[in-house]
Design a protein around this ligand. Sequence first.
Ligand code: FES
Length: 150
Amino acid sequence: MTIQFTLNNKAVSVSEELADMPLLWFIRENAGLKGTKFGCGIGQCGACTVHFNGEATRSCLLKIEHLNGAQITTIEGLANTDTLHPVQEAWMQVDVPQCGYCQAGQIMAAASLLQKNPNPDESDIDTHMTNICRCGTYTRIRKAIHLAAD
Ligand code: FES
């Protein structure tokens, strides 16, 4: 038996022997997609955020066994092939990152927020954006989200 899902729109079939593996490990070590980062491993920091059926999700807490039929998108699959996602464009315009480590997760969280709520207010952003940035880029993250929402 295998567990089948899509990863950045490509069909993936994984042996049930890997059912216990956290998705983050699979993404980085098996699929070789290194944009999604390991931070805490306990669902706190958000560095590992991906989209699970469109929802921002901590991939360190999501086991492969729960992925049958799921659509998983990582930072590598967020943009169309030729154009960046509007959130990525806004991130570049505002020059959000400092060290950059958490930023893929931040972008995935912001993209999911704007998908559900195209014009979030400050309170919506505070509620949805729970990812931690050790450099404290929160002001620029907020600015970029508003820019992407315009
Ligand atoms: Fe998953 Fe920190 S590594 S939340």
